[in-house]
Ligand binder design. Structure first.
Ligand SMILES: [Zn+2]
Ligand SMILES: [Zn+2]
Length: 651
């Protein structure tokens, strides 16, 4: 790269602008920021010393993306957003082409210049707002801030006085894309950068300072708390910004030689999972490096929960969250992958999440190390959306929003993963994203019951059509000349055989006409002498009155004897009749194993008891879940809580 060369207005040394786009260069000899103003140079005075950050990069390092021209790091910009510092490295691709490589807490983002679409003024940009950036797509604003231009080294593609406040909005787009709208020091967007997170391996960087030297410089292992002298082990030295001493609770600034930010001397509470514990969970080997207790307060009642910060060099950070004995494994997700999907609904991937609750979450207890500038009393507004076993959460304020995805994790799994002693405390109530033990079962059980019901009805219809088996038929004369109900009127039928265990139906048909016939019957097993009594009555009356003709009763009647054993039988039939009107004879028919409708109905009712019970339990589980939400039903939710807790633990 050959560039424009001039003399430093301060020390007279040669100043080379290697990149055509460079407008500001820090003189290597005297440390003065030299700005290119047309053909002239202006001096902004000496820039501040670089802030020691645990950066892995260095000016002059070069690399090459696959399919992209080789690049050299020619500039370094340090910015401070109020609670921390980050580095922006200028990548020069030869000629006039360049891009930014931003480095913060061990994460790298490649950000290339893109065509600037019509954009809102800085004052009008809001976190959570979606913007159409043209060809890159629709992005959501995740951060709106002013950051101070602290210091620089090498070349920069803008002419801004060190110490100025620079304004920007960060956005998240589809497929992990990131974007920054650069407002410079004004209100109008000046540039758009679009890119994504990259790894140093991808960038093929070489000429970097030795990894071990850097780690030593960044913190090393044998530190002690300046407040209480307790030994501190920093487990993610590249990324840690804050350390809360596990012995005295004091909050230390890991970026400034453990300067004491807040001195405490009380022994902090012991987390259930000790700091430094290692565990294998959800595909990673995690180390617990930090612990927070946070809470929301509703109507004067504080609802606390605990969060464990997990770290693994390869995967970065995750969270393990405990609320009332329920556990979740939480990972950060890109805001650009979350879309609104109707009122109180959010979409992530293929899943639709329902809004559960929102609140102001406050940090109450801090222990261990953190990759951001955490402090007690920090407050963010949070919103939770559920799709069991997942929970989608947003946390943010007016300047920044972050999304995460939690997976409900059974307590026993956590205990096993971290090899914790004793058993986990039993969870209270139903967690917002706790999978229902009835989920999917209700429909399945109903389908099974419906299938079984269909089979039953089919079998019944088949049996009913075949109509049982006629085992005896006889025409029985009514003895004339004896008084009704006289014992001598009784007679025995011919014998018949019941071949299979089952019910027996006895039907009589008598030509009664404005009279009745009653039979006092008994089914007698000739082999065992067992007797089953039954009775039968036919009565049929008709006539006419002012309303016309009428009739009542029937000339046929039947009676059933349940569960008759196979064997040889006779019937004893004692007739009674309306005085003076004995029918001459009646027809008798006996059938075996006759299907009864009531049996079908009972079977169907029995069949649906289980699905109804499961459906009801499922509804009760869901009502317990939602009773803790912002959407608890106003009708019964509140008052029934006590009742819901009774006997609710029947699983
Ligand atoms: Zn100089
Ligand atoms: Zn301490």
């Amino acid at each position: 790269m050959s560039g424009y060369e001039a003399r430093c207005p301060s020390c007279g040394a040669a100043v080379v602008f290697t990149l055509g786009a460079t407008l500001l260069k820090v003189c290597e000899h005297c440390g003065v920021a030299v700005a290119r103003k047309g053909a002239n140079l202006a001096s902004y005075g000496r820039v501040a010393e670089l802030i020691p950050t645990p950066s892995v990069l260095a000016l002059g390092a070069h690399g090459g993306y696959e399919g992209a021209p080789a690049f050299t790091l020619v500039g370094r910009l340090q910015l401070d957003y109020g609670a921390g510092t980050w580095d922006e490295w200028l990548m020069a691709f030869g000629g006039d082409s360049w891009a930014w490589l931003s480095e913060a807490q061990g994460r790298f983002h490649y950000m290339g210049l893109a065509a600037l679409p019509p954009s809102p003024e800085f004052e009008d940009v809001r976190v959570g707002q979606t913007l159409d950036l043209g060809p890159p797509g629709t992005f959501v604003v995740t951060e709106v801030r002013e950051a101070r231009f602290m210091t620089a080294a090498g070349e920069l593609p803008f002419d801004v006085e060190p110490g100025s406040l620079l304004r920007y909005a960060d956005l998240s787009g589809p497929g992990g894309q990131l974007a920054t709208l650069d407002y410079g020091t004004g209100s109008t967007a000046e540039a758009l950068y679009v890119g994504r997170q990259v790894t140093l391996d991808e960038l093929g960087l070489s000429g970097l300072p030795d990894e071990e030297d850097r780690r030593k410089k960044a913190g090393g292992q044998n530190l002690s708390c300046p407040q209480c002298g307790g030994p501190l082990e920093i487990r993610a030295p590249d990324q840690t910004q804050r350390v809360a001493c596990p012995y005295c609770g004091s909050l230390l600034d890991a970026t400034k030689d453990l300067a004491v930010l807040e001195a405490l001397s009380r022994v902090p509470e012991k987390p259930r999972i000790p700091l430094g514990s290692k565990g294998r969970l959800h595909g990673g080997e995690w180390t617990v490096i930090g612990f927070l207790e946070r809470s929301v307060t509703f109507e004067g009642v504080r609802y606390p929960w605990q969060e464990y910060l997990l770290y693994e060099a390869r995967h970065g950070f995750r969270w393990l969250v405990e609320a009332k004995g329920h556990w979740s494994f939480v990972e950060p997700i890109s805001a650009g992958d979350v879309q609104r999907s109707g009122v109180d609904r959010m979409k992530h991937g293929d899943q639709i999440f329902r809004h559960f609750q929102g609140g102001a979450a406050k940090v109450d207890v801090v222990l261990g190390e953190f990759y951001w500038a955490v402090a007690r009393g920090d407050e963010v507004s949070s919103q939770d959306y559920v799709c069991p076993p997942l929970m989608l959460s947003s946390e943010g304020d007016e300047q920044e929003i972050n999304w995460s995805l939690g997976t409900y994790t059974p307590p026993a799994e956590v205990w096993k993963a971290f090899n914790l002693v004793g058993g986990p405390p039993s969870p209270e109530g139903v967690a917002p994203h706790q999978p229902s033990p009835y989920a999917g079962k209700v429909r399945q059980i109903w389908s099974l019951a419906a299938l079984a019901a269909a089979i039953l009805v089919f079998v019944y219809l088949g049996l009913a059509l075949s109509g049982g088996r006629v085992i005896h038929k006889q025409s029985v004369a009514v003895p004339a000349g004896v008084p009704p109900a006289a014992p001598e009127a009784a007679l025995f039928t011919d014998r018949f055989f019941v071949q299979e265990q089952g019910n027996v139906e006895v039907t009589i048909k008598a030509p009664v006409s404005n009279s009745w016939l009653y039979l006092d019957g008994a089914l007698i097993n000739e082999e065992t002498g067992a007797v089953d009594d039954f009775d039968l009555e036919v009565s049929y009356y008709f006539g006419s009155d002012s309303d016309g003709a009428w009739s009542e009763g029937a000339t046929e009647a039947r009676s059933y004897i349940a569960s008759v054993a196979p064997g040889r039988y006779v019937l004893r039939l004692g007739p009674q009749w309306e005085a003076g009107k004995p029918p001459p004879a009646y027809d008798l028919r006996v059938r075996s194993r006759v299907p009864r409708l009531y049996q079908l109905v009972l079977a169907l009712v029995g069949l649906f008891v289980w699905p109804v019970v499961v459906g009801w339990r499922s509804m009760r589980f869901e009502s317990r879940r939602w009773s803790e939400s912002d959407h608890a039903s106003s009708g019964s939710g509140g008052d029934d809580d006590d009742e819901d807790d009774d006997g609710g633990d029947d699983d």
